[in-house]
Ligand binder design. Structure first.
Ligand code: ZN
Length: 499
């Protein structure tokens, strides 16, 4: 295994460069002064180029071939065999993209991200438009370089959800959309719950403390992670022992920070749970964004918006906010945090309409990448789709087309994974409930170790060792299925709304 050991040593160095790049990106979103933007774009471009050159180096190709011979007699599911398999796949993709394009994308998106933040705060899409045009141009070049079977979009989707095709996403979404529209219509005919209790004034410090207390109970390890503020909540990691999550706080809307924290902690616990022996290899990290999102949505919604969760935590929340919630009973609060109502902001949407937000972005991305929609026409197209799907037109672009950070980062093909994650979260949760027996009861007693242990055993520890499809097959015995999510939504919201 001499060649494999040499390969691993080289992969460790590549992982170090990628981690350094991630530290700089995290810093850009949290603490970097705005003046640092130009220099940071160069730094990220340089590290992006170095990491790419290291992976595509001929010597890695030679090492991979000789390591493949060495691991051929091992169990195909061994760490060694999978490291070779996954690295080969990553490298085969990387060699198709020129280093100059990688660097140009890193520099352009670093600048575009800063332009987006300014444009959003000033509600000025025009100032962001040329940046997004350039990002789209480079993203399409990258997709062309990567190659595809059916359509250009597939090459982008494959970056986040390996082996998934846009046509498969479309088929799932079309089925789901019909059902969602029926649910939203049925709910709209019922009396709207009173959610004014969420819109009182809640001090930022107390919100922060409550959120961190809950995720400590969940098992997020603050010895190996931390939480900071950012304009857009996200999670990232530099190793399994250093995982960063961020959130934002709105003093006049309780759910923003609370559910943002539970969500990002779900991502963070996945990264903290990857087997430490996979650190500094291509197997570290989540296997796909759909699976990653299944972990965040599981803790945010299936745990954090459940009746049993609030049976345990609502008295504690009332203790934290006696003036704001002392006169609100638990049933009213539970209905408030599960209020279904068409709204403008994806990250604050309820569990039902959330998926419509994702579908809108998917449709717009398909058109942008295919060249049938110009970036300059994007705000109008966005508004038309919101009116059609949700009956709302954003009054300003900051609450419309400028709300999400993703496109400024060049993350196209990413949004569908949010809804895929919702679907998978219920598939996994149902299996955990079956295996654990008394999951609802455990949540109601604030006992999260069994669920976290189950996720660790079946999902976390494997990192990228198994593909999303393999993981689902191993756990549930089947593939992606919208049925369990639809049953869950009908049951939960049927009871809440008396339908
Ligand atoms: Zn997420």
């Amino acid at each position: 295994m001499q060649q494999f050991a040499r390969l691993r040593e080289r992969l460790g160095r590549i992982a170090d460069v990628q981690a350094a790049q991630a530290v700089l990106s995290w810093d850009q979103e949290t603490y970097m002064p705005t003046g640092g933007g130009g220099a940071r774009a160069h730094q990220l471009a340089t590290l992006g180029r170095i990491g790419h050159e290291m992976l595509t180096d001929d010597e890695i190709g030679v090492l991979l071939e000789s390591a493949a011979v060495e691991v051929a007699s091992l169990d195909p599911d061994s760490d060694e065999a999978r490291i070779v398999q996954v690295t080969r796949r990553d490298r085969n993709k990387a060699v198709r993209v020129p280093a100059s394009l990688v660097a140009e994308l890193a520099r352009t998106t670093a600048l575009a991200q800063q332009a987006w933040a300014q444009a959003r705060s000033r509600d000025d899409f025009a100032s962001f438009c040329p940046h997004l045009e350039r990002v789209l141009e480079l993203t399409v070049q990258k997709a062309e370089a990567l190659g595809y079977d059916e359509c250009l979009y597939d090459a982008l989707l494959d970056e986040y959800e390996p082996d998934m095709k846009a046509s498969e996403v479309s088929a799932v979404f079309t089925h789901l959309r019909g059902e969602l529209v029926l649910m939203v219509e049925a709910i709209a005919e019922r009396p709207a719950p009173d959610d004014t209790c969420l819109r009182r004034n809640f001090s930022a410090a107390a919100q922060w403390a409550f959120g961190e207390a809950v995720i400590t109970d969940f098992g997020f390890d603050f010895e190996r992670g931390r939480q900071d503020r950012s304009a857009h909540p996200f999670s990232t990691n530099f190793s399994t022992t250093d995982v960063r999550i961020t959130t934002r706080v709105d003093e006049n809307f309780l759910p923003s920070a609370l559910f943002g924290t539970l969500h990002e902690a779900g991502h963070g616990m996945y990264e903290q749970g990857v087997d430490a022996s996979l650190d500094r290899t291509g197997l570290a990290g989540g296997t796909s964004l759909g699976i990653h999102e299944s972990q965040s949505r599981l803790w945010e919604n299936l745990v954090g918006r459940s009746e049993s969760f609030w049976a345990y935590y609502y008295p504690k929340l009332q203790e934290q906010f006696p003036d704001q919630l002392g006169d609100v009973d638990d049933a009213t609060f539970y209905r408030a945090v599960n209020c279904v109502e068409p709204s403008l902001i994806r990250v604050e949407a309820d569990e039902i309409t959330y998926n419509l937000h994702v579908m809108i972005r998917f449709e717009l991305e398909l058109d942008l990448v295919a060249g049938t929609l110009a970036v300059s026409d994007l705000p109008a197209a966005w508004n038309a789709k919101y009116e059609e799907a949700l009956g709302l037109t954003p009054p300003i672009d900051a609450d419309g087309v400028l709300q999400d950070i993703h496109w400024s980062f060049g993350l196209m093909g990413y949004f569908p994974t949010y809804t895929l994650g919702n679907l998978v979260s219920v598939q996994l949760f149902n299996q955990a409930a079956q295996d654990l027996g008394d999951l609802e009861g455990q949540i109601g007693r604030g006992e999260f170790a069994p669920l976290r242990g189950w996720l660790h055993e079946h999902v976390y520890r494997h990192g990228r060792k198994f593909s999303a499809q393999e993981l689902l097959q191993r756990i549930t015995g089947g593939g992606l299925d919208a049925g369990p999510w639809l049953d869950y939504a009908r049951h939960k919201f049927g009871a809440l709304y008396g339908i």
